[in-house]
Design a protein around this ligand. Structure first.
Ligand code: NDP
Ligand code: PMR
Length: 399
């Protein structure tokens, strides 16, 4: 497979041997692996061909569940008659890709009102319309996760709307694999970790109270994680690998001035920053689970919905990558999933009565059945989770 992948790289892409030991996308090949990296990283073609061996090597399946209907919520109406209350779900980044597909899947059931929390109001409105989401099933509220002020403003506005909060889905993300230099959020955090992790960290901490107040029978907080942040997988071993190190960069505020813009204190690498942010996302959900599940009954979960290779996540990538990535995932790794299918998967984590277990990282097998997957050592390290939590709460002004 490594050779097949290498053969996808056209002649105009030179494969350099110099540079960092973990080759980065910016300076090496189309799919992020130079030939020598591919050989070094012990990811042989048989690892992809033999699924059995792959699972033995990279992680075990713990449990399996089958998709069932969304729960009907009953509320007492005048005269003692039972009526159904719609669930109310906030989805960040619902203006495209997975977030939009999830909004559509939930709205179509007629059992959910989706609050699309988006940074571009018009884009979100157009997206909802073109996805055919019925007016009464969604509303749009402005949220820019790259600004802590905007997040606080969103929370105020949401509270003023007097809608209950039954489920929060932290879905939005940016991925900047070709950036040569870091860019920053309003408060000066490196943009990928600032948006994907710190923005969602503040949002979810503030909205925990609101979730707690909801009378909905199954309250959930969900963060979209990824396979590429998990180094117990083949995908997670494609350089640059996620690694939070001792978190000296995070502790310093990721500002690239008196401290590194990277969590581990290293040189800026956009692809690594994204993967690190996903590790933080997955650690954060486990820390929420440990701190609040018993007390609140809220389900805290993360997931990997499959490789949705056609979404806007790859908008910053070179055009050739965007062209070849979907067929590569479809026909070679077989990890490809359509936006629609991925939306249905995330909608299950929102509403399926069989997915109420807290502290879980959900994935789906080739028959699209969900299972409780195993996180990498780093992404399930309780000490790191606590440290990420404690540093992050200082950075976003909660401690
Ligand atoms: P998209 O780029 O299609 O969606 C990302 C969304 O995040 C967009 O709606 C975008 O808004 C929004 N967003 C970005 N920055 C901000 C911000 N500062 N404030 C508010 N919203 C923001 O990508 P995907 O649908 O693929 O990604 C969704 C999630 O799925 C991400 O968490 C990603 O990490 C995860 N994921 C994706 C995989 C894939 O293969 N695509 C695989 C595994 C996980 P706008 O429309 O305005 O740009
Ligand atoms: Mg991957 C089973 C193999 C598998 C899967 C499921 C993914 C998912 N990837 C796999 C394998 C490989 N990828 C291999 C062998 C290579 C080297 C040829 C490879 C390369 C690669 C690149 C360069 N892959 C990528 C990139 C990206 O830029 C994407 C990324 O890392 O975004 C952070 C990506 C992805 N691969 C995936 C998934 C799901 C992604 C993107 C999304 C994400 O994690 O959010």
């Amino acid at each position: 497979m490594a050779l097949q992948a290498a053969s996808l790289v056209p002649a105009c892409f030179s494969i350099t041997k110099e540079g960092k030991s973990s080759a980065s996308l910016r300076d090496t090949t189309l799919f992020g692996l130079s030939f020598s990296d591919t050989v070094k990283s012990d990811l042989t073609s048989s690892a992809l061909r033999s699924k059995r061996e792959f699972h033995k090597k990279f992680g075990a399946v713990r449990a399996q569940t089958v998709a069932t209907e969304a729960p009907a919520v009953k509320a007492a109406a005048p005269g003692g008659k039972k009526t159904l209350r719609k669930g109310s779900v906030v989805i960040t980044g619902a203006s495209s890709g997975l977030g939009l597909a999830t909004a559509k899947a939930l709205a179509e059931t007629g059992k959910w009102h989706v609050v699309m929390a988006c940074r571009d109001f018009l884009k979100a409105e157009r997206a909802a319309k073109s996805a055919g989401i019925a007016k009464e099933n969604y509303s749009i509220m402005h949220l820019d996760l790259a600004s802590l002020d905007s997040i606080r403003q969103f929370v105020d506005n949401f509270r003023r709307s007097e809608r209950p909060l039954d489920v929060l889905v932290c879905n939005a993300a940016v991925y900047l694999p070709t950036a040569k230099e870091p860019t920053y959020t309003a408060e000066g955090f490196e943009l990928s970790v600032g948006t994907n992790h710190l923005g969602h960290f503040l949002l979810s901490r503030l909205l925990l109270d609101d979730l707690n107040k909801s009378d909905y029978p199954s309250k959930r907080m969900i963060i979209v994680g990824s396979i590429t942040g998990n180094t117990n997988t083949l995908a997670g071993n494609v350089p640059p690998k996620a690694n939070l190190g001792d978190m000296r960069g995070l502790a310093g505020g990721l500002n690239g001035l008196n401290t590194s813009s990277m969590i581990d204190g290293g040189d800026f690498d956009g692809a690594k920053a994204y993967k690190d942010s996903k590790v933080c996302n997955m650690l954060t959900m486990q820390e929420f689970h440990r701190r609040y599940h018993e007390e609140t009954g809220i389900t805290f979960a993360s997931l990997y919905p499959g490789c949705i290779a056609t979404t806007g996540l790859f908008r910053e990538h070179i055009p050739l990558f965007r062209l070849l990535f979907p067929p590569f995932q479809k026909f070679i790794t077989k990890g490809f999933v359509s936006e629609d299918e991925a939306g249905k998967r995330l909608a299950q984590v929102v509403s399926d009565p069989s997915l109420t277990k807290s502290g879980v990282y959900w994935s789906w097998n080739k028959d699209s059945a969900s299972f409780e997957n195993q996180l990498s050592q780093e992404a399930s390290d309780a000490d790191k989770a606590r440290k990420v939590w404690e540093i992050s709460e200082k950075l976003v002004g909660l401690a």
